[in-house]
Design a protein around this ligand. Structure first.
Ligand SMILES: Cc1cc2nc3c(=O)[nH]c(=O)nc-3n(C[C@H](O)[C@H](O)[C@H](O)COP(=O)(O)O)c2cc1C
Length: 201
């Protein structure tokens, strides 16, 4: 079959893209509002886009009513965000934090997720996350330029926290111990523990 993306509805385009471009890593993003309220939400349109400077990218879409999500508002206002990677052990908490709450209502409190102070930014970081990146906002790019329906947040990594328990004997990340989840289509996820190695030619 073929799909003509120039005629697909945005919902259909989303469904085909989100269920084929898999697995996607999940950025579990914490931010703090101008009034000091903490926020936490997951985003799977997420990638590392540069190592020099070390930069991650998170795509925050608009809400159905066109309003901005709290993550974007807070990142715009504060210029800071924390990006956690999601372990299988924290998958349900991550999913719970996707609930749509009124601006200013903290997912940390609402979902009973423990937060601890970050060191370089004001936002909280999630306690128990295996990998945490404290970031400054390098750039926020509305997309597409003419009629934006999402914003790309370019986040420069300032400091990472790596749980010693996910390191191997050489001090490197061990995928088995890391046990991250990836987003598939619909409500499906996978784990990164089924791995194999290929040597470069
Ligand atoms: C696994 C997962 C991945 C998600 N990925 C995205 C995404 O890439 N972009 C997006 O705008 N929303 C995404 N969402 C939905 C947001 O998490 C949701 O809109 C959330 O309420 C935003 O919260 P906020 O207003 O506190 O920022 C995702 C939800 C889940 C559960």
């Amino acid at each position: 079959m073929q799909l003509d993306f120039t005629t697909l509805s945005p919902l259909e385009a989303y469904r085909w893209l989100a269920s084929s471009v898999t697995p996607r890593p999940i950025a579990w993003v914490s931010t703090r509002s101008a009034s000091g309220r903490d926020n936490l939400a997951p985003f799977s349109f997420f990638q590392v886009i540069s190592d020099e400077p070390p930069t991650l990218m998170v795509n925050v879409g608009s809400r159905d009513d066109g309003s901005l999500k709290d993550t974007l508002r807070n990142a715009q206002d504060s210029g800071e965000l924390v990006i956690q990677l999601v372990s299988h052990a924290q998958a349900e908490a991550m999913n719970a934090s996707a609930a749509v709450l009124a601006h200013g209502v903290s997912e940390f409190e609402h979902c009973a997720i423990a937060g601890v102070p970050a060191e370089r930014v004001s936002a909280l970081r999630v306690s128990g996350a295996p990998v945490v990146f404290e970031c400054r906002v390098a750039q926020i790019q509305p997309y597409p330029a003419q009629q934006p329906n999402c914003h790309l947040i370019f986040a420069e990594v300032l400091l990472a926290h790596i749980d010693d328990a996910v390191l191997n004997e050489q001090g490197r990340l061990d995928p088995q111990r890391l046990d991250l989840v990836g987003r598939l289509g619909g409500s499906h996820y996978c784990r990164t523990t089924e791995t194999f190695a290929l040597l470069r030619p």
